[in-house]
Design a protein around this ligand. Sequence first.
Ligand SMILES: Nc1nc2c(ncn2[C@@H]2O[C@H](COP(=O)(O)OP(=O)(O)OP(=O)(O)O)[C@@H](O)[C@H]2O)c(=O)[nH]1
Length: 323
Amino acid sequence: MSQTPIPVTVLTGFLGAGKTTLLRHLLKAEHGLRIAVIENEYSETPIDGQLLGDQPVQLMTLANGCVCCSIHVELEKALFLLLERLDSGEIAFDRLVIECTGLADPAPVAQTFFADEELCDRYVLDGIITLVDAVNAERHLQEAIAQAQVGFADRILLSKTDLAAAEQVEALSERLQRINRRAPIRVVEHGRIDLAELLDVRGFNLNADFGQALTLRPVLPRKDKDRISTLVLRADRALDLERLSAFMEGLLERHGNSLLRYKGVLEIAGEPRRLVFQGVLRLYGFDWDGEWGADEARESVLVFIGDDLPEEEIRAGFAEICG
Ligand SMILES: Nc1nc2c(ncn2[C@@H]2O[C@H](COP(=O)(O)OP(=O)(O)OP(=O)(O)O)[C@@H](O)[C@H]2O)c(=O)[nH]1
């Protein structure tokens, strides 16, 4: 049975960052979408049926969503259960939002969508949205999990900016952008934000509009780097496909678990089309995209958001295949 996969939005952010507030706003907005929600029962402010009123929301609560290692199994079960109910006509929904606990690592959540063939067919991970509490970010970002949540993001949303000084918000934005140069940063006020920022983000797509999606935000350099940060590799001459593959394989073998997200648009020797790839941890996909334009500067760009990557070693390895 071939069906359009259900887009999934993962909502993450450290404790109290405003995930539930945002979710409430999303569920109440007039978009005509039927949204199913999976959340964890440890949320301090769970969404109760009363609050949702007659909103057509299917809510599922993970029994054991708090500990990273158990979330994968619980989530998989919940995803299958939703499909069962959908297929039996018991419920209807055309989108799914997963609210992670503040202490959850987004990695096992993202990986769940690539783990099983049926899940891959029926769901498509649309985007990871990370909320950052502008007041408490300095403290939160001391935790590796909070940095990882930022590193995995397709969108970063700053909450509680109404309670923070403008300079504080600016310094925080710069820091977040150094951690993750791909994700646009937006302000969310008490959960209010344009839905276009949350839905149809297509963070995991490999398709024609991918090239433009590889926009890197400018950052100011700083000596004291965060543990999670963005590494950008560039080459202005065509790459040899075999050498590139060997480089990528070696990188994934050695550092696969530290490569939170990565994307690339590449010029390959003897090939008029661009090669595009994207991945999360050890899972990745690549494809040929449209041809380079006649007047277009053909530059290969690879972007890795990684956890404590040995930058010099990776740069040296890349320089070798460019030589
Ligand atoms: N001033 C201000 N308060 C906010 C904003 N967004 C959320 N809050 C408040 O912050 C508190 C935490 O918000 P929640 O939405 O419960 O946060 P959460 O991320 O779901 O929290 P956990 O599930 O416990 O991790 C609540 O009291 C919200 O009303 C904002 O933009 N400004």
